[in-house]
Design a protein around this ligand. Structure first.
Ligand code: NG6
Ligand code: CA
Length: 516
């Protein structure tokens, strides 16, 4: 009898505590419950924590992003998985830290796809839950295999890793090939003018490059690197010949990507409104070369770097306007974040340094893109879902690598832990129902850093104190470093010498996570 009573009490407990969280939200907000919202992931390139006005910027205004923050949850401790692009995207899409896998560093433009076809990804997880999925914008995860021919079918690519639709650029704006790839083909390719792409050595040494013919660089000149094939008056990384009719127009890129993103949503609502959609809208802005559309030129005092922030904000505004026009605001989760921290001079003479003034791209944090300091990975991180998420701010420790486990949980497709090894279900924090995010997070740049509680350990590294070309403080020293971010968010006081026990403890934890 006693046993029965215990069982009953237990059942009662479960019944009251295991309430469907979405039902709870519906009770509190009075709005209809949706457990499979549309998801728009706006992934900005190289945007720093402090580059948006809702996070303190004053020399540039970002009204549309600010609106997202006002109507959604603005996280102050949200991270990209890495301090550069390819590893961040790899980790976000696979749920596996990129440093676990060789070949996931910044990729050249002719790299083969680094995610194994058929492998579970964020996109394929959502597909399994009945979503139609699309990617628009920067890819930078490699395309094809050893036999890749840019003039034929480009495969494997987004289709093989969970996307139904795709309109992308292969790598970055500053490297070849400078063409768009729609579904699995180069857009506007003239078969009589085939494309050739090569990295390392020139395809035809007689052709002018940024290095040999700087007088041909009529639009923008490099400050370091970026002195190879000239396209649209800008020299790039790598060599490319042919494909003249297919070349993109840099100043129109934001418009092109935005129109494709809007079209994906409009078409979806017209043809598949019974299904939810996932749109990975991966902007080229605010990466170099920073060449905004003429209508944004001069919109800030900061030169092109400021102007492309305004352009990026316009892209966000277009998405929000479209969601409203389609009447799907309430049932759409918009995630706004960036693939790594900010950089000022990333290889072109674009006045970013001279016109920076008192703007702080990383906000109160030290370092930026490429750095082990917080500025490397602590990025804008905003989630809006009017039907479900209460507006506010959150200090929870968050990382994009957790989208897979968290969103999988949300949409009823929990991800088997071994298929997204490092992805943690932090759904309650993502929805603002809890202030507890990750217990620990490995930050990745040239070295690893470990966040645990208020502590941060940076592994010893061999890099110089500052990367001269980009003027980035690397955060690396030949010995471990320790900071208490609660008291010292700017990482100004290294406590490693004072607290050797703490260093040891965190080192042991990091070894364990690394599997060593
Ligand atoms: C670096 C480039 C930099 C940028 C970066 C990738 C040079 C000297 N620097 O190698 O300009 O393109 O790669 O940026 O070539 S990321 O955001 O895609 O990671
Ligand atoms: Ca980037």
């Amino acid at each position: 009898k006693q046993r029965l009573l215990t069982l009953c009490t237990l059942a009662l407990c479960l019944a009251t505590h295991w309430k469907d969280p979405s039902a709870l939200a519906a009770e509190t907000t009075g709005k209809p419950q949706v457990s499979r919202p549309n998801i728009v992931l706006i992934y900005v390139d190289d945007l720093g924590y402090g580059d948006i006005s809702c996070n303190g910027a004053t020399l540039v205004k970002t009204p549309h992003v600010d609106r997202l923050a006002r109507e959604g949850l603005n996280f102050s401790d949200g991270h990209s998985p890495s301090a550069t692009c390819t590893p961040s995207r790899y980790a976000m899409l696979t749920g596996e830290y990129a440093w676990r896998k060789k070949g996931t560093g910044i990729l050249p433009g002719d790299a083969k796809l680094i995610i194994e076809p058929g492998r579970r990804t964020l996109a394929s997880t959502l597909q399994k839950a009945g979503y139609r999925t699309g990617v628009v914008g920067k890819w930078h995860l490699g395309l094809g295999d050893d036999k890749l021919d840019w003039n034929g079918v480009i495969k494997p690519g987004p289709f093989e890793v969970g996307f139904d639709e795709s309109f992308i650029m292969a790598a970055t704006g500053d490297r070849v090939p400078c063409v768009y790839v729609e579904q699995d083909r180069v857009v506007n390719l003239d078969p009589h003018d085939p494309i050739k792409v090569q990295f390392g050595k020139p395809i035809d040494p007689a052709l002018p490059t940024g290095k040999s013919h700087p007088e041909l660089l009529t639009v923008m000149k490099p400050s370091h690197g970026h002195d190879m094939t000239i396209i649209n008056g800008v020299s790039r990384i790598g060599y490319m010949t042919g494909g003249k009719a297919a070349l993109w127009n840099d100043q129109e890129m934001a418009d092109v990507f935005t129109s494709k993103a809007l079209k994906f949503m409009t078409d979806h609502q017209a043809r598949h409104a019974d299904q939810p959609f996932f749109l990975f809208f991966s902007l080229h802005d605010i990466h170099v070369p920073r060449l905004p559309h003429p209508r944004f030129v001069g919109s800030t005092s900061m030169g092109p770097r400021g102007d492309v922030i305004v352009e990026m904000d316009w892209c966000v505004g277009q998405v929000l306007e479209k969601l409203a026009a389609l009447g799907i605001n309430d049932e759409t989760m918009v995630i706004f974040t960036s693939d790594n921290g900010p950089v000022v001079d990333d290889g072109y003479k674009d006045e970013a340094v001279t016109k920076l003034s008192h703007h702080q791209p990383a906000g109160p944090y030290r370092g930026g893109k490429y750095s082990a300091y917080e500025g490397g990975t602590r990025v804008p991180f905003i989630v809006r879902w009017p039907g479900r998420i209460q507006p506010g701010t959150s200090k929870a420790l968050m990382c994009q690598i957790d989208f897979m486990a968290s969103l999988g949980k949300l949409v009823g497709q929990p991800v088997p832990p071994l298929e997204a090894y490092d992805s943690v279900d932090v759904l309650p924090a993502l929805l603002g129902e809890s202030q507890a995010g990750r217990e620990q997070l490995v930050e990745h740049s040239g070295v690893l850093g470990l966040r645990a509680g208020s502590w941060k350990l940076i592994e010893p590294g061999k890099a110089p104190r500052v990367f001269q070309q980009t003027n980035t403080e690397t955060g690396q020293l030949p010995r471990p470093r320790l900071f208490n971010l609660e008291e010292d968010p700017g990482e100004t006081r290294d406590l490693a010498e004072d607290q050797p026990e703490k260093v040891k403890e965190l080192q042991a934890l990091l070894q364990k996570i690394k599997g060593e």
